[in-house]
Design a protein around this ligand. Sequence first.
Ligand code: C2E
Ligand code: CA
Ligand code: CA
Length: 612
Amino acid sequence: MSGSKKSTHSARSRKRDAKHLLRFQSQLLRELTTTSESIKEWRTNIRNIVAMAGKLIDFSFIYLAFATEDEACSLEFFWQHAPAPAIKDDIERMVRDKLSADPNFSDIQRNCVVTHTLASLAAPPTGHVDSDIELQSRSFVLSPPKAIGGIGMGHSGSMTWDDTDFLIADNIFTALESIVSSVHAMTVYAKEVERFATRDALTSLYNQISFWDLLEYETRRSKRQEYKFTLLAIDIDNFKTMNDRYGHEVGDDFLKAFSTILKKALRSGDIAARYGGDQFTAILPICDEVQAFSVANRIIESLREYAFTLPNDEQARGTVSIGIAVYPDHAQDAKDLYLLADTMLTRAKSYGKDRMSIASGQDDVEVIKSMGEKSILIFNAIRLRQIVPYFQPIMNIRDSKIEAYEVLTRIVLHDKVITAADFIETAESMGAIGKIDYQLIDLALAKVRDSGYTGNLFLNLSPKALVLNEFMPTVKRLLKDYNLDPAKMVFEITERDTVKNMTLVEDFITELKRDGFRFAIDDFGAGYSSFHYLKAFSIDYLKIDGEFVRSMSGDSTIERAIVKSIASLADNLGIKTIAEYVETEDILGEVASAGIDYAQGYYVQKPSPDLF
Ligand code: C2E
Ligand code: CA
Ligand code: CA
């Protein structure tokens, strides 16, 4: 305490014997035993203390000041009795002056939020508060993160304090200090919780959810204010190899190091996010192609120059590939912009990694030509309408009846038929899968109508196509044109590539389910997201991955046990199971005895251009 003028003649007539003081101590303690719930009511605690203390010691107010590094100071007064407005101002000024002498509170004159609270509504017993006030105060530092607190009591200058007064004040200060530090801890805790919801825990960059919010926001803002912004899709080259070779901890350290490099290479105001795994994104507001080029270059070069120390003390160097797309030059909304940047990233990788690739305003042909032979094949197939649906039956094992057909896409040239396995992934990375799917669905539905087929139709959907803006409306329109019952359509979702776009894909699936369409998880068991789908939606069919099914014949007891347990899990959930790659009578027998509902594969029938 400071600023005291000691005096022994107290003008009070209160009883302040040992018993009273002890009771006061215990009341103070009670105010201090705060739970995380009651800490929210901290002002009430302080009001109680002020009211209690008023019975033992003469003072007009208590103040409490609080400041953290990045926020305005707050100054709170708790008055014993309501002061006259002029006095309130005087006192406020006096406390501010006193505090601003402390370098930690140097900001308090300008940047400070002041509140006044009344501890009791009772009228002052004698006279009124005047501005002849003497201050007793204490300051303290809280950590971490650093915050500073100041507390004080003001009493009338004509009322001098004795030793007991100081002792009581000291107790009160200790109580207040403890309340302030609890409030501080709670606030920090609440902020952490909030930060973890929007930030990636490993790198502290924004997470995928925040990224999409920020991207949508930036798109709206740029549209309104008519400026360009750039999106970077960034992927660390060969990260998996590093992870496999040195372990996840080393991998995590590298991701952390890279995120620091990334932040440094960006301009202030740019936004960096970790999209998932070794994928990062950056939103560069007010940034055209030329500026984007130099930012991307800085990222690539800084990583090239960075020597990462491995656990064996050897040094390693990493590289990144970056895809660049500019709004609104290359795409007109957030989703398309992301897809384009991601496609450009794939292109940078296919050109040999450790480089960037910018979307160009040139027409598709130019872009695609640079992508190699397969891309030209696909591009031409779409243009020349060489996409043809093939159908493969799905048989009910119980009664050997064909209940459904799966549509499989083919490119049919005059001399050969190219199967989907040979071009689907390229089509996806070109961003052409949506176009293929439209044509295919259109042709398949025409065939269904013309042949009079009335069973179920299974259609493969690429998550990459699903997130395209116009995809869903187009598919829905097609189904409507052909007047088909949505319940007869089953969309097959694979795990390939889905993890990256999970939230978006989920939204679309939910919407299509609401419209009455049904869903199957394809290649179940081959990846790790299938269980996520199972949990997230009410799935209608599970298609057990062909490799699993194929290995059921012979003496592989493990595969057999796995398929059996999938079948019973699905059965419990009311989901039908389909086994792919049923290639022999043997496998059909295995599949049947495992309790699988449907079989599909060369043994039942190979895919063919004909229904029936
Ligand atoms: P998928 O959906 O798992 O399709 C099954 C694949 O296995 C098909 O290859 C089919 O021809 C083949 N197959 C069927 N029975 C057997 C069998 O008994 N043994 C063996 N070894 N293979 C069998 P396909 O048509 O080349 O398709 C490959 C993948 O391409 C498909 O895997 C699917 O993920 C994707 N795909 C096919 N058509 C489309 C399409 O129209 N759109 C989209 N987005 N993807 C498609
Ligand atoms: Ca399929
Ligand atoms: Ca499959």
